[in-house]
Write a protein that binds this ligand. Sequence first.
Ligand SMILES: Cc1cc2nc3c(=O)[nH]c(=O)nc-3n(C[C@H](O)[C@H](O)[C@H](O)COP(=O)(O)OP(=O)(O)OC[C@H]3O[C@@H](n4cnc5c(N)ncnc54)[C@H](O)[C@@H]3O)c2cc1C
Ligand code: SF4
Length: 488
Amino acid sequence: MGKATGFLEFDRLLPQKEAVENRKQNYQEFVQTYSDEQLNNQAARCMNCGIPFCHSGCPLGNVIPEFNDAVYDGKWEEAYNILSSTNNFPEFTGRICPAPCESACVLGINKNPVAIEEIEKHIIEIAYKKGYVQPNKSNIKTGKKVAVVGAGPAGLAAAAQLNKAGHDVVVYERDDKVGGLLRYGIPDFKLDKSVIDRRVEVMQESGIEFRTNAEVGKNVPASELDQYDAVVLSGGSTIPRNLNIPGRELKGVHYAMEFLKQQNKRVGNSPIDTEEILATGRNVLVIGGGDTGSDCVGTSNRHGAKSVTQFELMPQPPQSRSAAMPWPTYPMLLKTTTSHEEGCQRHWSISTKEFLGDDKGNLRAAVIVDLEWETDALGRPTKFKEVEGSEREIPCELVNLAMGFLHPQFEGLIQQLGIAVDERGNVKASENSYQTTASKYFTAGDMRRGQSLVVWAISEGRECARKVDEFLMGSTVLESKEAVYTYA
Ligand SMILES: Cc1cc2nc3c(=O)[nH]c(=O)nc-3n(C[C@H](O)[C@H](O)[C@H](O)COP(=O)(O)OP(=O)(O)OC[C@H]3O[C@@H](n4cnc5c(N)ncnc54)[C@H](O)[C@@H]3O)c2cc1C
Ligand code: SF4
């Protein structure tokens, strides 16, 4: 334990953020860093619990008390070694993870939890500066060839681990750049794309080959995968949920990903081959209250939207834990993101019934209605009905549909390989084996578990790599997430 009285002496503190008016002028990250003293104090808050619930709250099994301790003592290389023993990409999770570890932190029972995510980000940024992040060139090669299809966080984590095990790894990615939703979903102001490039360079120097503009099942025939000893499918969950109401076809109604991908390409100077979608000067309606919707809000404000409104079908979540979400479970609480802070009218329990257009087929308004929800004994919403007489029109010239994703794309890769999908439409493979219905084909990330989080994608990529290694070699040299870091 770094400092026995740390949790009594210091309050949780998050780094300062750039003022809203300044940060809305560009797409740069705006969260600043701790001073050395602040970082030390935040690490000192960790109580090094006998049963560290933070550790089990993290899908990666990050060994949190140990790295907090190393940070408190200024042992940066040790902190980096502990962190990177369970997480290939702390620079991603340290920026955009919803931090289930913090929800499970014991200090969170009666105080604010330890700022684990920020500490993680500082460890990895210090490690890069001090030169600890080095290519992982395996000395022993197995002679086995593995293909990874899809270069999101799941595919990247699987590739890094399989390369570490000594296999020759080739990653296929249909986009022009690597990263999946890290690259073309999450906006630059949350995750600067140089952070991905920096990591991909290390992976290339480690010996991993990346082939971009390569869609397996389209411009790369699925039969090309025959030459590999094993294949990891990590194509994500990319089919968005639609809102099939009258007026859906009007000009100005888009899926959120059409809007977000275009903006990330604009920032990254990548060519845009679709019709330009800009929020500038328009009343923007975002339908869907999750991360994707929030990213549309932040992007619309940076475009200079006239107004930004966000609707959610479900009722407003509570501000603090209820009986239905006791500690240390991940609570579904009201989340006000940095994008919301930048300006947005938020409404819950709203259903959108119709989009209205002008005589040229351009969107001009949406017809909405309030909902009344029934709840169960624990206060969880169960059924809704429309509130009579609440139907009304609200003006909007741009709608972003951000209501989640259904399943992976079947056309192309999945159909050509003839592998089975489960009842939700995700590629069928158990959490124990990650193996699909075709023997040498494995799957990980959103493609297997459905729309989820970056931390889960990395966790699945790592676990899947262990199963591939076992399949190829009979046993695996890769760490399990159950293994606890031990001091040298
Ligand atoms: C807008 C948005 C914001 C989000 N924000 C957050 C957040 O703040 N925090 C968080 O934790 N999670 C967030 N998420 C969720 C998170 O991004 C995903 O859970 C995660 O990226 C899934 O990783 P993945 O590797 O499984 O798939 P993806 O990231 O979707 O990557 C799949 C990759 O496979 C490629 N591909 C697909 N088919 C083929 C093919 N046939 N051949 C070659 N390549 C192919 C795709 O082009 C893509 O690059 C967000 C999601 C969205 C949409
Ligand atoms: S639960 Fe919180 S206080 Fe306890 S070891 Fe983990 S981070 Fe530290």
